[in-house]
Design a protein around this ligand. Sequence first.
Ligand SMILES: Nc1ncnc2c1ncn2[C@@H]1O[C@H](COP(=O)(O)OP(=O)(O)OP(=O)(O)O)[C@@H](O)[C@H]1O
Ligand SMILES: [Mg+2]
Length: 344
Amino acid sequence: MVIIENIYKSYSDFSISALNFKAKKGEFLSILGPSGSGKTTILNIISGQEKKFSGTVTIQDNTVEEAIEQGQISMVFQDSLLLPHLTVFENIVFGLRLKKIKKNEIETKGMKILTLLGLEDLRERFPNQLSGGQKQRVGIGRALIMEPLLLLMDEPFSALDGELREKMQNLIKKLQKTLKITIIFITHDKDEAFFLSDQIIIMEKGQIIRKGTPIEIYSQPLSFNVASFLGMENIISLNKFSILFPQHPKNSSTFIKEQIKENTFFIIPSERIEITSSINTNIENIVYSKGILKECIFKLGYYFIKVNISGLLITIKQNRLPFSLTLEEEVFLQYNFNDLVFIS
Ligand SMILES: Nc1ncnc2c1ncn2[C@@H]1O[C@H](COP(=O)(O)OP(=O)(O)OP(=O)(O)O)[C@@H](O)[C@H]1O
Ligand SMILES: [Mg+2]
């Protein structure tokens, strides 16, 4: 439905090159990346605001210009700049009034959007009488009333905090499923992208460094840059492999040599490690290493534990402790060899 092919775009000190991706009809696609990675630049290209670039953008078989002409694209920004002299209702239906649509149809469509966004009671308020979250809902309503095929959102919730932000995320996810629109959503918040998206594109310095479903990206980050951007724990150089697994049969030089041809690091997912006080060596694929307990902190439902294994500090995330832990005492870490993730 949206096809981005071979996009090149450069500013004096920044460039996007050979960018390719697709968003299917009805898909929620997030573009995730640090500040300055080129997210807004891409969105501006798709929305037609940026015209100087090479490559092609196709929206349901149309060029960007054709898609705009047919009203197929709507946008929501970080700050919804509402018209200050118009009420909530009038702000929402503004685009319909410009299209000279019949009054009763405007009333029906406007009310439907107000209800959908829970704004009925605020219908006659002016923008300066609204909270940030309410303004943002009006901004979304104004975009949705045009019944776009494609909704582009540039960090729409980044000015909102905590609970409100979560509410808005739930709302947009629900709306997208009900209305079956395609959304391209920009964020630099990983949790937001993982919660909302069917597909995620991770950008770094104008390049796509990973694309896939949230599960694919988490279970196979493929590169050090992706894993560290996602804040994964226990990214360890392959050179240290034998320090961690001195007894394991896979700790043979041939296995390591094979891995080193393609990879540089491995990850032990912190939630897949178990902390034990003894070893049961009869289970296939289960690996142990011995270390000293250095830290054990409880945070919102999880224990974050750090264990020093011959100078390597390994982080473990557990929702319960199997036995009472004492700092500076010896413990064993147990992992399934198949849970290890190798990355380049
Ligand atoms: N009109 C412009 N002229 C020159 N450089 C620009 C222009 N617009 C953007 N840039 C540069 O391009 C790079 C990417 O900018 P962009 O706005 O796409 O980043 P972003 O990923 O959206 O960042 P943020 O998360 O901070 O919004 C930045 O280095 C920026 O300074
Ligand atoms: Mg931006």
